[in-house]
Design a protein around this ligand. Structure first.
Ligand code: GDP
Ligand code: MG
Length: 758
């Protein structure tokens, strides 16, 4: 099968094109590091299907970043039939820098000039013909986002792939370096190495991969250095070449892109205007926090806009109450209007309750629908397994799905508009002084989706210390699978006298970011590490979120949840059900009346003492929380599934009403589950990314920090409850520690710059 490779700068639209070509739903991220590995798919509209390879985004073919190495090796070693070089037309000159290097390889190339929809909208013009003529390769104007001209591009790529192409060099023959490159090329060609021109140029640049491969030719370059030194760059030929490329591009191609309105060149774009507000030096961070707050408010609040808390709004009309609560509350008044998320969750709960009801009715042998059937079903082993075990646990996980999808809808919109990329920038600017680079925030923010790709994305960090630190702090960023835990605890909060479910979830997310920053500061104090990665990032233009992107993102999430629920979660629920249903009672083994006599209760009661300091493990139900946390290692959704099994087993009350955690208990339990070991999949990923020693340290860190902070939160919370002045005192002392640590870190840090372009 023919293979077409997509190569280009980060954010030029490779993944968007890849998805359009292959019908796949790969993640379109607005930041670098999302695609470290290449992805493949098939395009089927030509005579024969072709394989499309989405390479990681790169600015050059020098081996400075893992992305560059992956892309370079692919093009050189795997010799694709054609390289489709995607060029962002709105950033033409910068993008062509990579193009000049790709053209030094003996491979057929087609240029896909992307984002032409923006060019058209601005009324600007492109002289594609001149570009194609000078570069000597076909150039096709496309818009990956709007699906324009994509099949045309593939036809031309297919044609192009039929003829081999000879590499060409941007230096002309009166350039001092031209002859050196040429001599090296001949020497390399003589050794029988493919793509001699490319290797020759990289050798002259003394790129580390090349010098290792062709040690014998280094003297040739060194000898030349005796005879030639540039006025500006001296004998730094790498800088000389970079400059030569930019000069060439600007000389040959600056006229290719013509702005409609010449005077307008420096005028602000709409994006600039939005950025003036959203990435404002002072207001940027508070605005981000406010946006996050509203997202959680609309998803988790039971009292929208605090209408009940502030104005005492209440509903007593039964029709209204049932409409808002999915036929939930009977007789009670409804305090305020529930948010959309709570509304969806109530109705989903109503629906799934009836689904379980039907199964209970069947398992009971068609007794009276409702409580009678439920009791009869629980008495049989299969009714207990199906209704109390699997369905009850799955219901707890799945009934939060509409609510969690709403949360992800908001996050997907933030990402697709281009705002998420700004968050890394805002955080970089705010915390660079404390030794934290935006480069590390990017994988961390990816962690809000899933820790597995997030931990993989730490490969983009070239500094080992920073990479290990980022992996360890990953659990501070609540992954999607933990969302049902927060949704459940938010519902529990309203029974624990702390009614603000939305504020609870908001503090888990924002508090997680804050905690990661504080922990990173302390880690820097203790490791005596002073390096801060430079942060280079391009801010994409804002655009209205595309239903296709957002929809694809949500669909992926939903599919993932449902598949996980049907496989791994169901399987673990069956095991937990068995351990909880069987045990020793009255001296004989069998199904137990009282769950406290079950096998799992013995196990949990033994282990719970370990977690006594954390508060939530104290008391009769302590073993249930302990076991639930442990099952979370299999999949974080299992925490909720297991709790449903333990707390709602045949009970008439709702799950959240039977969980008896106090406000500090809720927080302590949440903190423990947030920070402790992630699921096995993420643990395995960390193991693959770290050395054995660092990995063991990571495991220790995850357990230690979750244990200690859970205990601190519990005791501090309890102290506030009994003696607020004591709580205040200890809190102030903790804040003082943070301030002192930050001071040391700021004082010691090396200066490192960050560059953000637009
Ligand atoms: P990658 O980093 O090269 O994979 O780029 P992505 O495919 O993730 O795209 C980066 C951003 O550019 C996304 O927000 C896309 O929606 C947007 N984008 C991609 N292609 C086009 C296009 O043709 N026109 C416009 N207006 N935006 C595009
Ligand atoms: Mg991409």
């Amino acid at each position: 099968m023919k293979r077409f490779a997509l190569a280009g700068n980060p954010n030029c639209g490779k993944t968007t094109l890849f998805n359009a070509l292959t019908g796949s739903t790969a993640h379109v991220g607005n930041w670098p590091g999302v695609t470290v590995d290449k992805k493949t798919g098939q395009y089927k509209k030509l005579d024969e299907p072709v394989e499309i390879v989405d390479l990681p985004g790169i600015y050059s073919l020098s081996p400075y970043t893992p992305e560059e190495v992956v892309s370079r090796n692919y093009i050189l070693d795997e010799a694709p039939d054609v390289v489709i070089n995607i060029v962002d037309a709105t950033n033409l000159e910068r993008n062509l820098y990579l193009t000049t290097q790709i053209l030094e390889i003996d491979v057929p190339v087609v240029i896909a000039l992307n984002m032409t929809d923006i060019v058209k909208k601005n009324g600007d013009t492109l002289n594609t013909e001149a570009l194609s003529k000078k570069l000597g390769v076909p150039v096709v104007e496309i818009s990956a986002l709007k699906d324009t001209n994509i099949d045309e591009l593939m036809k031309i790529a297919d044609e192009t792939s039929k003829n081999p192409r000879k590499a060409n060099l941007i230096l002309n023959n009166n350039d001092p370096l031209y002859h050196l490159v040429n001599d090296c090329r001949i020497a390399i060609e003589y050794k029988g190495v493919k793509n001699p021109l490319f290797h020759a140029v990289k050798l002259v640049e003394l790129d580390e991969l090349e010098t290792a491969d062709h040690k014998d030719l280094i003297p040739m370059v060194d000898e030349f250095k005796q005879t030639f030194s540039d006025d500006i760059f001296g004998t730094d030929f790498e800088a000389y070449m970079a400059d030569a490329r930019y000069k060439y591009i600007s000389k040959e191609f600056s006229h290719v892109y013509e702005k409609a309105n010449k005077e307008d060149k420096t005028a602000e774009t709409k994006s600039d205007k939005i950025d003036k507000v959203l990435t404002h030096r002072i207001w940027g961070l508070p605005i981000f926090i406010l946006i996050m707050f509203f997202i959680f408010h609309f998803t988790f609040s039971e009292d929208l806009f605090f209408l009940n808390k502030i104005f005492g709004l209440e509903f007593t009309n039964e029709g209204v109450i049932n409409y808002f609560t999915g036929m939930g509350y009977e007789g009670e008044a409804l305090a305020g209007i529930p948010s959309l998320g709570v509304f969806l969750q109530s109705w989903m709960g109503f629906l799934s309750g009836h689904i379980i009801g039907v199964f209970q009715w069947i398992c009971s042998g068609f007794k009276e629908y409702g409580d009678v059937a439920a009791e009869a079903a629980s008495a049989t082993w299969y009714g207990s397994l199906i209704c109390d075990g699997v369905l009850n646990g799955l219901d707890a996980v799945l009934s939060f799905i509409p609510q969690i999808m709403l949360l992800f809808l908001f996050i997907a919109i933030l990402e697709d508009t281009g705002y998420m990329a700004r968050i890394a920038f805002i955080l970089d600017r705010a915390f660079r002084k404390f030794g934290l680079s935006g480069k590390a925030f990017i994988p961390m923010l990816t962690g809000f989706g899933c820790s597995v790709p997030a931990i993989m994305a730490t490969r983009t960090l070239e500094n080992e210390v920073e990479k290990n630190r980022t992996i360890r702090l990953m659990t501070c960023f609540s992954c999607g699978a933990k969302a049902p835990i927060w949704a459940l605890l938010a519902a529990v909060a309203s029974f624990a006298g702390f009614g603000y479910g939305d504020i609870f979830v908001f503090t888990i997310y924002i508090g997680g970011i804050a905690l990661a920053i504080i922990l990173a500061i302390f880690m820097r104090v203790f490791t005596r590490d002073t390096y801060v990665s430079p942060f280079i990032m391009e801010l994409p233009q804002y655009h209205t979120p595309q239903p296709r992107n957002v929809g694809a993102h949500l669909w992926e999430k939903l599919k993932h949840y449902v598949i996980k629920a049907a496989t791994i979660i169901t399987a673990s629920l069956i095991v937990i059900w068995a351990l909880q249903t069987f045990g020793v009672e009255n001296g004989s083994f069998g199904m137990v009346e009282d769950m406290n006599n079950s096998l799992i209760a013995y196990l949990g009661k033994g282990l719970k003492y370990i977690f006594y300091p954390c508060g939530w493990a104290i008391g009769n139900d302590g073993w249930k929380y302990t076991v639930s946390s442990i099952t979370g290692l299999i999949a974080k959704e299992d925490v909720v599934g297991t709790m449903a099994l333990f707390f709602n087993n045949g009970s008439e009350e709702s799950l959240e009403a039977t969980i008896g955690l106090s406000a500090s208990g809720i927080y302590a339990f949440a903190i423990f589950n947030l920070l402790t070991f992630p699921c096995f999949a993420a643990i395995a990923t960390a193991k693959a990314e770290q050395t054995k020693k660092e990995f063991l340290k990571t495991l220790g860190f995850w357990f230690g920090i979750s244990y200690v902070l859970s205990a601190v939160v519990y005791w501090l919370g309890s102290l506030w409850e009994v003696a607020w002045w004591g709580g205040l005192l200890v809190t102030l002392a903790l804040v003082a520690c943070i301030v002192i640590a930050s001071y040391f870190v700021i004082k010691r840090n090396k200066k490192a710059s960050s560059i953000v372009t637009e």
